[in-house]
Design a protein around this ligand. Sequence first.
Ligand code: SAH
Length: 225
Amino acid sequence: MENSNWERLIQNLTKEGILRTPKVTKAMLAVPRKAFLPESMQQYSAVDTPLPVGYGQTISAPHMVSIMNEALMLETGHKVLEVGAGSGWHAATVAEIIAPSSAPRTEHGHVYTVEIVQELAEFARRNIMKAGYGDRVTIICGDGSLGHPEKAPFDRVFVTAAAPEIPKPLIDQLKPGGIMLVPVGNVSLFQNLLRLTKGSDGKVKEENLGGVAFVPLTGRYGQDV
Ligand code: SAH
């Protein structure tokens, strides 16, 4: 029953044209949100809204994760950085695209995801292990607005919290040819989801993918809250 609710949600996102790429759709189907929610929220897992995961933070809405996973243009083998692990769900969906179980392990990419709230980093780690992505996702507890220099540069970077402006360390840690997504703007209003593409010459092209509403990015390059 619950699985069919999830399947229906993914079908609707496909009909609406939000999910367009078969491997992205397949990954969204393969990683239902339920396993990444606190028990009290699991009944709402297939409702297309953000949901609270504790500590004032939220798991993103399925349509938002779908939009971002499409916009990232992910490929098998990519090394990816997420800022804002939260529940670990978004990272698991990305891992399913860049390191699908069907591809040989030698071709697998990896997701590094940074979470600043220690309890959430632990929550994400437990969820990721239980869901079977422990070999493809690494959770780091710390200030992700500084990126993760130890494993840089990255093919893809995405931020799931609202930044006041583009955090410079994240752009620096993006490979030439890489793509980064970041919601930028005022926390009390909505933000613009920016897609930044770094050319082979290091020049950065900026596109505005539209209005979004994320919780604030904190830390060194975060909001003054
Ligand atoms: N991607 C998550 C949802 C993100 S909510 C999921 O799939 O569930 C945004 C998260 O960003 C919150 O958990 C918040 O604690 C975290 N965050 C905010 N500022 C951060 C920072 N500077 N570094 C790392 N994580 C941060």
